[in-house]
Write a protein that binds this ligand. Sequence first.
Ligand SMILES: C[S@@+](CC[C@H](N)C(=O)[O-])C[C@H]1O[C@@H](n2cnc3c(N)ncnc32)[C@H](O)[C@@H]1O
Length: 189
Amino acid sequence: MSSWPDLPDVVNRAFDVTRRAGYVSFCRNETGRLLATLASTRDGVMAEFGTGTGVGTAWLRSGVRGEKASIVTAELDPALASAASEIFADDPQVEVTAADWSTLRDRGPFSLLFLDAGQPGEVDVDTVADLVEDGGIVVLDDFLPSHGWPPMAGGRVDNLRQRWLTDERFTAVEVMVAPDAATIIATKR
Ligand SMILES: C[S@@+](CC[C@H](N)C(=O)[O-])C[C@H]1O[C@@H](n2cnc3c(N)ncnc32)[C@H](O)[C@@H]1O
């Protein structure tokens, strides 16, 4: 059996910083590979709400082609933002901001937006629709896979997921990235 492919250099550097910071809330590699794949289709400004120590940012960065794309990412906790900044200190295409995600509002419209500031419902679909360009992609992380319709979580209808999957401003899909993990990918129409 062959082993997993090596991680991109920038992701390895992000893991070094993350270990030193003792941080554990980073995206899993399956989600990271999805982020890199989507980022590789984008020009313009991509954004991440909730940097942590920069693992998701690094995955996005690893997918970027050329110089027509950039990434802005906001992290509320200044210590975490400072750790993430180390990874991209020499990279003019990535900007880490120690601030609430809402301070990035006027930096859009974004060509890709990774919503990862804690609870997936924290930033609602109406807000996001105004922040993303036409054809722009929104990624939401940290769902347990749900089969059938309506989407369920913890024995109840998952209103957040249902909202994203049915909003007429977006074409959206739930994608299992691992047997126990799903993301929503939504493209603005
Ligand atoms: C799940 S972690 C982010 C993981 C990171 N995106 C990754 O993939 O490695 C969520 C982060 O969002 C930050 N956060 C929570 N509320 C926020 C807000 N309103 N604005 C910016 N960051 C926020 C938290 O401090 C936490 O570090």
